[in-house]
Design a protein. Structure first.
Lengths: 224, 332
């Protein structure tokens, strides 16, 4: 025998209460777990500097080390508590790919990295620029590299190269070797600069990060 | 007795989620979102990225899924070959198409959500916030009657019953509104970078537009006056808009909740200020689409906007547009 309309409505209201609770817990804007290294990277350091300056302006003088420790303890305690509260809902969220993490440009990147691809052709004497983001004259594979799913693999990852970025550079090299028989070597790298505000002195820093060179002979026979 | 007059909170809770409405708004949202999803999936094939994004390293893909301890279910069931990547892609396209045309809408939404989650697990860095939002919405669609208008399911039901279904549970649309409110609001709360605040000179949008990874062009000219000031103003508006977004729920409550008098309620019912927040959101997304390379993000967000409309508002709007067209045509 099926449920009566009233019982059906009650069961649905109960299920929705549980679903809202789970998604509500996931939506709590809690910090990520932090390490001292993260906090001392360029962006983190600049943010700490500004917070300390602002607190000093408000009459609170804190030592940098103390402030960093306080931030670490607070962030990691909140993160651990959040992880604990999410645990009962995690199996469903994982299998369904659902979630409520909406940190859209939460911390604007003052040290952006611009992707570049250099190639060395047969008989060549130097590297030639084949791709540079936002450079219409050097646009090899530009449509692929601007696709959001591919951008996700290198944007924010170049400075701290992870497996996916390394795989991407290998894959790009193979794709170029497959379509350009005259190319002997490919190097994928980032070019890091410092975005300063109009009210700040310009910083001419322009540094190559995470260069990943590839030789054709090492990719022979590999899938493109 | 109206639901607001029921004696206990639990009874009101049960009755609130038991309301029904015309499926039009849900159907329009389904079609809009489905078209955006199909466009995004089609781009994967058009750019020859099926194996790259859905396949493992062994098959020429970018994923180390076959080597990880937490191997995705897909590669537990299927071998790590290019054919497996293509099967997953074909299944995603088929379910997305079925969802868009409203054919086995609930099942196709559910299957698409699970398959998409597999793709996310195969290559996590390629999965963006907007993918998660789409899957959240698909989960809601999987429990809705969204296929009973503007869809094959509705046509089949109409053939059986003699007329198109005119009433489905309203709660999926309420959840979609809640989802959008939570997304905007918590995105605002998580903006902890000082550039979003006066201490950081309200420079966030200026800084983001200088990031070559996301900007669509060289926006260095924004450093010149008055453009920098305009970006500061836009940053401040963005923060106020996102932090205050829960006001939309209060305004819905005023518009559609119990009639208890009061100036704010009367003002809301007369002028519907919730459209200020919703309209600002649409403007914000159009601006993002013009200046930043965020893929389907602005379009998928706006595809969910029909859920903000009550079906009668949507019908009234359609009639007004149709009436406007007639009037224009008749004007000599």
């Amino acid at each position: 025998m099926g449920l009566s309309p009233r019982h059906h409505a009650v069961v649905r209201a109960g299920c929705l209460a549980v679903a809202l609770l789970g998604h509500g817990i996931y939506a709590l804007p809690m910090p990520r777990s932090l390490t001292l290294e993260t906090l001392r990277e360029e962006d983190g350091r600049e943010n700490v500097d500004r917070w300390l300056g602002w607190l000093r302006g408000a009459g609170l003088t804190l030592q940098r080390d103390d402030f960093e420790q306080w931030v670490l303890v607070a962030a990691n305690t909140l993160h651990d508590g959040h992880t604990w509260a999410k645990a009962p809902f995690k199996p469903w969220m994982d299998v369904s790919g659902n979630g409520q993490s909406w940190g859209l440009f939460a911390v604007p990147d003052r040290w952006p990295v611009r992707l570049e691809i250099l190639v060395w052709t047969t008989g060549g004497t130097e590297w030639t620029l084949a791709y540079r983001r936002l450079d219409a004259e050097h646009d090899l594979l530009a449509d692929v590299l601007s696709y959001r799913r591919i951008r996700g693999i290198y944007d924010g990852q170049i400075g701290k190269p992870r497996a996916a970025y390394k795989n991407l550079t290998r894959w790009l090299a193979r794709r170029i070797f497959a379509t350009h028989p005259d190319v002997e070597r490919v190097q994928v790298q980032g070019r890091k600069s410092h975005t300063t505000l109009p009210t700040e002195p310009a910083d001419p820093k322009d540094e190559v990060v995470s260069p990943r060179p590839h030789r054709r002979e090492n990719h022979a026979g590999g899938a493109p | 007795m109206s639901l607001w007059e029921l004696p206990s909170r639990w009874d009101r809770w049960v009755a609130f989620w038991d309301q029904r409405e015309d499926p039009l708004a849900l159907a329009v949202t389904r079609v809009c979102l489905g078209v955006v999803i199909l466009f995004d999936f089609a781009q994967i094939a058009q750019l020859d990225l099926v194996v790259a994004l859905l396949g493992t390293q062994e098959a020429g893909g970018l994923s180390d899924a076959a080597l990880r301890a937490d191997r995705p279910l897909w590669y537990d069931v299927f071998p790590p070959t290019a054919a497996s990547a293509w099967i997953l892609y074909a299944a995603m396209m088929a379910t997305a198409t079925a969802f868009t045309v409203g054919f086995f809408t609930r099942t196709s939404a559910l299957l698409l959500m699970f398959l998409w989650a597999q793709q996310a697990q195969i290559l996590p860095p390629s999965d963006r916030g907007i993918d998660m939002l789409c899957r959240d919405l698909l989960c809601i669609f999987a429990c809705s009657g969204a296929g009973l208008a503007w869809g094959v399911d509705g046509a089949i039901a109409a053939r059986r019953q003699g007329s198109w279904p005119h009433s489905v549970p309203a709660w999926p649309r309420y959840l979609m509104i809640a989802q959008l409110v939570v997304m905007y609001w918590t995105a605002g709360l998580q903006k902890v970078g000082l550039e979003w605040t006066p201490m950081g000179d309200f420079a966030a949008l200026y800084v983001i537009m200088q990031d070559p990874a996301v900007s669509k062009a060289n926006f260095s000219w924004l450093a010149r006056p008055p453009f920098y000031t305009l970006t500061q103003l836009a940053t401040a508006v963005t923060m106020v808009w996102q932090w205050s977004y829960p006001a939309v729920l209060l305004l819905y409550w005023y518009d559609f909740g119990p009639d208890r008098g009061g100036r704010l309620r009367a003002f809301s019912r007369r002028w519907h200020p919730k459209w200020v927040w919703i309209g600002l959101g649409a403007f914000f997304h159009l601006q993002l689409a013009a200046t930043l390379e965020l893929g389907i993000f602005p379009w998928a967000m706006m595809a969910a906007y029909p859920a903000f409309f009550h079906p009668t508002e949507l019908r009234r709007l359609a009639e007004r547009v149709r009436g406007g067209r007639v009037a224009t045509a008749e004007t000599p």
